[in-house]
Design a binder for this molecule. Structure first.
Ligand SMILES: Cc1cc2nc3c(=O)[nH]c(=O)nc-3n(C[C@H](O)[C@H](O)[C@H](O)COP(=O)(O)OP(=O)(O)OC[C@H]3O[C@@H](n4cnc5c(N)ncnc54)[C@H](O)[C@@H]3O)c2cc1C
Length: 369
């Protein structure tokens, strides 16, 4: 990314994973001039157990991206089976709205698909750029970002709106002082790994008091198996000897699944997430907005997850709003604080009535640039 402070965009998005890439893609498709930056490498892995529910798959289908996921060899999931104590219930995925299966793509596959779609839509996207702070005008309105590229060279960009899509520990939220409107009281901890050659019948979810587990078929013939518990138990049992602690926890949550894995080893080390309470931050202010986990993070762990989290495989989001109202990415609820982004898409940075392909580096005539 050229180190210039003269560039101006309608929107600069910090973070190029699901929330940032999807938001940038939608804004670019609406004709806005968009810059997306991320400090990570293109295609780098990140923490996730990958299971997309119907809402996420439906969004990918609406955006014309589901075929790319399928072409990448992501296996279809046609059933979800819930084991609650000794009860077992299998729910087939109901074909509706062009979605007849769920998918659990590796993030090394999903995130580049979204980043590529943003670039295809005309967004300028740069990995290896770390944002270190924001720019402000004399009224205190956010007018852009400053940071550096991989070689340490300073970079800066100005925009009418700066979007923090920088994850649960959002620095953008911190810099703008976004208040936390709601804070979760519990946090579940998760450990997971990838097992080759483990046959599963779609998603498998297991729930027992204080412990939960799941099996999620993903790419490359691997099944992601997770075990989740309270933070206290996680600290006690999965810190010193994670492999043994994981097997004990899996046996407590899902004895049948643990039995199937008794003689198998995971491909690579276990990954561990120690848990973090959920938050709902104020998601917009003068010149800034938050999307994805930056604004709204829900504890993903079944033992403590909010009852509002929908694990039901056939739940759908509301129909797509008009493009001018599209505010955010796959997991953000429609709450009023996100609406100001819509005003940006109605009055573009260039002032041109007809969206034209963005020209990188073109000076902007907006009062905020
Ligand atoms: C253990 C675990 C399991 C999960 N399992 C599932 C699951 O099965 N299904 C599901 O749907 N969700 C799951 N999630 C949730 C899911 O991973 C997140 O909701 C999702 O990644 C959020 O996307 P995002 O784009 O908001 O943020 P992130 O994916 O966190 O991306 C934020 C990006 O911002 C970049 N960034 C941060 N700060 C800066 C900066 N200063 N400058 C430049 N770039 C910056 C980071 O490099 C990162 O790439 C899980 C989460 C965890 C922790």
């Amino acid at each position: 990314m050229p180190a210039t402070s003269h560039r101006c965009y309608d929107a600069v998005v910090v973070g190029a994973r699901p929330a940032g890439a999807a938001t940038g893609m939608l804004l670019a498709r609406a004709g806005l001039r968009v810059l997306i930056v991320d400090r990570s490498q293109y295609g780098a892995d990140t923490m996730s157990t990958h299971a997309l529910m119907r809402a996420g798959v439906l969004q990918l289908a609406r955006w014309g991206l589901l075929d790319r996921l399928i072409t990448a060899g992501t296996p279809p999931v046609r059933h979800a089976t819930f084991y609650v104590g000794s009860d077992r219930t299998t729910i087939p995925i109901k074909p509706a709205n062009g979605v007849d299966a769920l998918y659990a793509p590796r993030r090394t596959i999903l995130d580049p698909i979204l980043a590529d779609a943003a670039a295809d839509a005309g967004a300028e996207i740069h990995h290896g750029v770390t944002v270190k702070g924001l720019q402000y005008d004399s009224s205190g309105r956010v007018t852009g970002v400053i940071g550096h590229d991989r070689s340490g060279r300073p970079v800066a960009a100005r925009a009418r709106i700066t979007v923090g899509a920088d994850g649960m520990g959002s620095r953008v939220a911190h810099w703008v002082g976004a208040p936390t409107d709601h804070m979760g009281v519990a946090a579940g901890a998760v450990a997971y790994g990838y097992w080759p050659g483990l046959p599963t019948d779609g998603y498998e979810w297991y729930f027992r008091p204080g412990a939960a587990a799941g099996a999620i078929p993903t790419n490359h013939g691997l099944t992601c198996v997770f075990a989740a518990t309270t933070r206290d138990r996680f600290r006690r049992d999965l810190t010193r000897d994670p492999a043994t602690g994981f097997r004990h926890l899996l046996a407590a949550a899902a004895p049948e699944l643990a039995g199937r894995l008794a003689d198998a080893s995971p491909a690579g080390p276990l990954r561990r997430f120690p848990g973090r309470p959920g938050h709902l931050r104020r998601a917009a202010g003068p010149g800034w907005a938050l999307v994805g986990d930056a604004g709204y993070y829900k504890d993903p762990s079944p033992p403590t997850a909010s009852p509002t989290r929908c694990a039901t495989p056939n739940c759908s989001p509301a129909p797509s709003p008009p493009r001018s109202q599209v505010t955010t990415a796959t997991r953000q609820p429609h709450f009023p604080a996100t609406r100001p982004l819509a005003t940006v898409s109605r009055s573009r940075c260039s002032g041109s009535p007809t969206p034209s392909p963005p020209t990188p580096g073109t000076p902007c005539k907006s009062a905020h640039c």
